[in-house]
Ligand binder design. Structure first.
Ligand SMILES: [Zn+2]
Length: 311
């Protein structure tokens, strides 16, 4: 077997692992509950165990690198997780906070290890899958339980000073009064997120299943307001970045009967007029479960290539 990159997508609920070949094929995908890691006494050791078991079972001999996507910002060393608000142990404590997760994994397997924000990996996958590599600016906004965003400029993911950039779920909505899980009040995530959609369901449509919300109620006021709130987030980012393509994804945006036309009209209407005089393309991310794993491998390959060209 050729050498592969082990990709892991450590989400709030599921941990997905797969071996990714040099042409971005994922072989032997496998899913476990993230709580197995979260509730372990030593979570990083548990990740090592999972990788070792997986490699053994699938007879993987040549590992080029290990690359893990996490639902958190990651420092620019691409090893240190800043804070996994959505991954907590039984006691309710966050599992990784300002912690170097790569170090022990590197020591155990003797290969390069990369940790990256999961949305960042998914945008790299969407760029690859749709042939957007040559575009100057691609913005991806993924609305699931929370809001995640990534920006790729000239093929490189945008990085802030510390790696804490694009914390889009927590930009303030002016006049917002809802308390956010981050401890502040009136964050955008309180108005445009899967969490909010659940709240709307509980308040107005307790008989409706969450997956039928758009199918049954998209013409009604609570959902119309919700779509406007989501559109606002995209319009802010379009106005700031003047992108070639706006990638629209995440569990909420990928739901059945999400009203794309109405959403795009609202984004266009709220985006700054200078940007709108040039316009941009919309691309809808597909609900493919492998994209976080393959995206992690794409990220690792990019870093390995950068390293080689540095020396
Ligand atoms: Zn917040």
């Amino acid at each position: 077997m050729e050498s592969v990159i082990i990709g892991i997508d450590l989400g709030g609920t599921n941990l997905r692992i797969g071996a990714v070949t040099s042409d971005n094929e994922m072989i032997a995908p496998f899913v476990l509950k993230s709580s197995i890691v979260a509730d372990a006494e030593k979570p990083v050791e548990k990740i090592c165990e999972i990788i070792a078991d997986y490699s053994e079972k699938n007879r993987i001999r040549k590992i080029e690198a290990i690359s893990i996507g996490v639902p958190s910002s990651v420092e620019n060393d691409k090893e240190t997780v800043i804070c996994t608000t959505n991954i907590r142990n039984r006691a309710g404590e966050v599992v990784f906070s300002h912690m170097n997760v790569a170090k022990d994994i590197k020591e155990r397997f003797h290969v390069p290890v990369f940790i990256n924000n999961d949305v960042n990996n998914i945008l790299l996958y969407d760029i690859m899958a749709n042939g957007l590599e040559e575009q100057k600016v691609v913005v991806g906004i993924y609305i699931g339980t929370g809001v995640g965003a990534s920006v790729v400029i000239d093929g490189k993911p945008l990085e802030g000073k510390d790696g804490a950039e694009l914390d889009l779920g927590h930009i303030p909505y002016f006049g917002g009064t809802i308390s956010c899980s981050c401890g502040k009040v009136g964050c955008c995530e309180c108005y445009a997120s899967g969490w909010r959609l659940q709240e709307i369901r509980k308040e107005f449509y307790p008989e409706t299943q969450i997956q039928d919300m758009f199918t049954l109620h998209k013409e009604e006021k609570p959902l119309k307001e919700f779509i406007q709130a989501c559109a606002n987030v995209y319009a802010i980012m379009a106005t700031i970045f003047n992108p070639n393509t706006m990638v629209v994804g995440g569990g909420v945006m990928e739901m059945a009967d999400f009203p794309r036309e109405e959403f795009e009209a609202a984004v266009n209407q709220n985006t700054g007029t200078d940007v709108m005089s040039y316009g941009f393309d919309y691309l809808y991310s597909k609900g493919d479960v492998g994209k976080g794993v393959i995206g992690a491998a794409i990220f690792a390959r990019k870093r390995l290539k950068d390293k080689r060209s540095d020396t």
